[in-house]
Design a protein around this ligand. Structure first.
Ligand code: NAG
Ligand code: NAG
Ligand code: NAG
Length: 178
């Protein structure tokens, strides 16, 4: 009886929140700069999925900026919390941005290698993120977000032009509310 109670508690607490990726879009605006070979959202189970992205760079890059725009869905996508542009090379060299530092630490296990500037064009080398799964509990510890749908759009800007964007959204539910 006690065992059953513990089991029930365990199941309840472990399925209390559900969060997974809802969409993923990749766009390369300058084919001379590079192209996406993969931009994929893959189901693992009903409650879990992962994303993988591969981008092939065609030009060496020594200076590049990244814009992060956060959105929350409420009658369409509304700007949420952060919208800023940072020098990606400086960040990779000095880890000088708190928000990006948190995001990068979170993403790092899924990156195929550690990146730094200048990015060289090496045969068969891709900028790649593999089987990135959402860990909502880890995320919630740092950002106590409400349930809902959120999106993040990353724009990589080289020579004052957007070269590529990656945007993804997540859906976050809390079963306790039902
Ligand atoms: C974020 O800031 C940029 C530059 O100021 C602006 O062009 C863009 O529209 C902003 N995005 C959102 C979602 O507000
Ligand atoms: C990247 O660097 C971190 C620490 O700087 C290290 O722990 C990790 O193993 C490195 N990853 C790869 C794929 O080289
Ligand atoms: C992400 O990109 C898609 C396709 O371009 C677009 O429909 C969607 O509105 C974008 N999402 C956000 C949050 O900007």
């Amino acid at each position: 009886m006690l065992a059953l109670l513990f089991f029930t508690l365990l199941v309840l607490t472990s399925t209390e929140v559900e969060a997974k990726f809802k969409s993923l879009h990749c766009a390369a605006f300058d084919q001379d700069f590079g192209e996406f070979l993969l931009c994929k959202l893959k189901a693992i189970s009903r409650l879990r999925n992962s994303i993988s992205v591969q981008y092939k760079l065609k030009q060496p890059v020594s200076k590049i900026f990244i814009r992060l725009e956060f959105f929350k869905r409420a009658n369409g996508w509304r700007p949420f919390l952060y919208n800023f542009t940072a020098n990606l090379c400086d960040f990779l060299a000095r880890n000088n941005n708190v928000i990006m530092g948190i995001g990068y630490a979170y993403l790092r296990p899924y990156l195929v290698k550690n990146y730094s500037c200048p990015f060289k064009v090496i045969e068969n080398e891709l900028l790649e993120c593999k089987d990135f799964e959402l860990d909502i509990n880890n995320l919630r510890n740092r950002f106590p977000i409400e349930t809902g749908e959120y999106a993040l759009q990353l724009t990589f800007i080289a020579k004052n032009k957007a070269a590529l964007t990656i945007n993804g959204s997540i859906e976050y539910n809390n079963y306790r509310e039902y």
